[in-house]
Write a protein that binds this ligand. Structure first.
Ligand SMILES: [Zn+2]
Ligand SMILES: [Zn+2]
Length: 132
């Protein structure tokens, strides 16, 4: 996708998109972030962090229980706790990565991994196997 296409899709000016990319925009208007996140299908928080120069890794503390998580819903707060390694409900190892290709989980709105096409949610059989 070219910059022009992206700007058009996000409903913002090409010029402001250029500024964002150069890190010249410290603060984005809500309209811009909403438009961009919709166009790119990435979370708004992510965009805001990129603009503030915060490393993406520190924002994306996305961790889910591949067994209990329901696609399209937010992660349970307790899964996101940095000290949580296993699911409080079923004991499965929490994961921030695709179970199949180990690529990062890009959005909890996605049902499938865009990199390998395997569902983020573990199939029932696999989930039962990995529970201790
Ligand atoms: Zn669980
Ligand atoms: Zn994958």
């Amino acid at each position: 996708m070219s910059q022009g296409e992206l700007a058009k899709k996000a409903g913002i000016h090409l010029q402001s998109l250029g500024k964002i990319e150069l890190g010249k925009t410290a603060r984005l208007s809500t309209k811009t972030t909403t438009g961009l996140s919709r166009a790119l299908q990435i979370p708004q928080e992510y965009l805001e962090a990129v603009c503030k120069g915060v490393s993406v890794a520190s924002v994306q503390q996305m961790k889910i229980c591949p067994h209990c998580w329901v696609p399209g819903t937010e992660a349970e707060a307790i899964w996101l706790n940095p000290r949580s390694k296993y699911c409080f409900a079923c004991g499965m190892k929490l994961s921030a990565r695709c179970l199949s290709c180990n690529g990062p989980i890009l959005s909890l709105k996605f049902r499938f991994c865009p990199l390998c096409g395997v569902p983020y949610k573990a199939p029932e059989k696999l989930a039962r196997m990995s529970v201790k």
